[in-house]
Design a protein around this ligand. Structure first.
Ligand SMILES: O=C[C@H](O)COP(=O)(O)O
Length: 254
């Protein structure tokens, strides 16, 4: 069965109420391929989750950008998975490189977070990716394999997981991975799932690309065999996000 295209918009730590309303208006008015063709999931900062959920069209979904590693309690500043479920937020992004690198989240910690979020009923966009130094030293696959295995070992039901490959050197730099670079890692990750989890999971799990995706480069990337969609940062705050959603048709018409 074909994997449904997936386009996530990670708004990161951006926006005011007014800006959020403008972005949602653009999305709500956009003509995009139907739900059967593409999953669209936008991820505003925690404080705007309810607002976005209340305003956003019903065929698009909402994700949090993080959640706490275990049940809530005395953890000042954290938001638990069960709170997100209680708010009706279906998705969460976990393991983003900005959290790994700036906040010291380890592979093991990300694995724990993924396990906890899934156990509470959330769907997870799990991120992996190498730094420029790691790519240049030839260790890209070792790094993303270790990150992926730490996550994979904690997943019982892969139906609720999307794997995002986001090379750190491509994030927010305007230096997008070439279609070949993206395809190489996506294909290797699918093989890793095949060998370490199961052929069925490898065939059905969506592996999406993130890192300087925009309206101009999305079609060529979308055409790559193992690229099942995108996790978009900067361009998800702009009207061109609609063009990125439309790149799903590259797959559906293939
Ligand atoms: O989560 C999204 C990624 O970090 C990509 O960000 P970017 O599109 O601004 O490079």
């Amino acid at each position: 069965m074909a994997r449904k295209f997936f386009v996530g918009g990670n708004w990161k730590c951006n926006g005011t109420v007014e800006e959020v309303k403008k972005i949602v208006t653009v999305l709500n008015e956009a003509e995009v391929p139907p739900e059967e063709v593409v999953d669209v999931v936008v991820s505003p900062p925690f404080v705007f989750l309810s607002l976005v959920k209340s305003l956003l069209r019903s065929d698009f979904q909402v994700a949090a950008q993080n959640c706490w590693v275990r049940k809530g309690g005395a953890f000042t500043g954290e938001v638990s998975a069960e709170m997100l479920v209680n708010l009706g937020i279906p998705w969460v992004i976990l393991g983003h490189s900005e959290r790994r690198l700036l906040l010291g989240e380890t592979n093991e910690f990300v694995g724990d977070k993924v396990a906890n979020a899934l156990s509470q009923g959330l769907k997870v966009i799990a991120c992996v990716g190498e730094t420029l130094e790691q790519r240049e030293s030839g260790s890209t696959m070792d790094i993303v394999a270790a990150q992926t295995k730490a996550i994979a070992g904690r997943i019982l039901d892969w139906n609720n997981v999307v794997l995002a490959y986001e090379p750190v050197w491509a994030i927010g730099t305007g230096k997008v991975a070439t279609p070949t670079q993206a395809r190489e890692v996506h294909t290797a990750l699918r093989k890793l799932l095949h060998d370490n989890v199961s052929p069925e999971v490898a065939a059905s799990t969506r592996i999406i690309y993130g890192g300087s995706v925009n309206g101009a480069n999305c079609k060529e990337l979308a055409a790559q065999p193992d690229v099942d969609g995108f996790l978009v940062g900067g361009a998800s705050l702009k009207p061109e996000f609609v063009d990125i959603i439309k790149s799903a048709t590259v797959k559906s018409s293939a």
